[in-house]
Design a protein. Structure first.
Length: 132
């Protein structure tokens, strides 16, 4: 098992340490240490966006969150990984993961972003997303 206490955080400064590394090296071991079992960690679930129309035509858009985390067979929270240089406190990345949390198939109260340097936790029913 990956020991997070032995991780060399200077790796976050490498251009080769990207979003997939944050997911595999940091987030998944942390979820396992928190006691999540494989059946509670849903990876890369495809969600059809229910709202998008251009004019009178519906356009298929697929949303794919990195992780949907289950508690008592319900999605409790959404977690999305970002590269170490990505903003996770405001802006487009927050709006992206917010859209996952409010999706009719998910409806989770909480959503989280992690870039390896920090976690940002939001509560979707309290979140006020600002205009760009």
């Amino acid at each position: 098992m990956n020991n997070l206490f032995q991780f060399d955080f200077s790796q976050l400064n490498s251009p080769d340490f990207k979003e997939d590394s944050v997911r595999e090296v940091l987030i998944l071991p942390l979820l396992q240490q928190l006691g999540y079992e494989q059946s509670q960690i849903i990876r890369s679930k495809s969600l059809q966006h229910p709202f998008l129309k251009v004019g009178s035509k519906k356009r298929k858009i697929t949303l794919i969150p990195d992780y949907l985390l289950k508690v008592a067979d319900n999605y409790a929270w959404v977690l999305d990984a970002k590269a170490p240089n990505e903003e996770i406190k405001s802006g487009d990345n927050v709006e992206q993961v917010y859209s996952y949390s409010i999706h009719p198939e998910v409806r989770s109260k909480f959503f989280v972003l992690c870039n390896g340097r920090a976690f940002s936790l939001f509560r979707q029913d309290k979140q006020k997303l600002k205009d760009k």
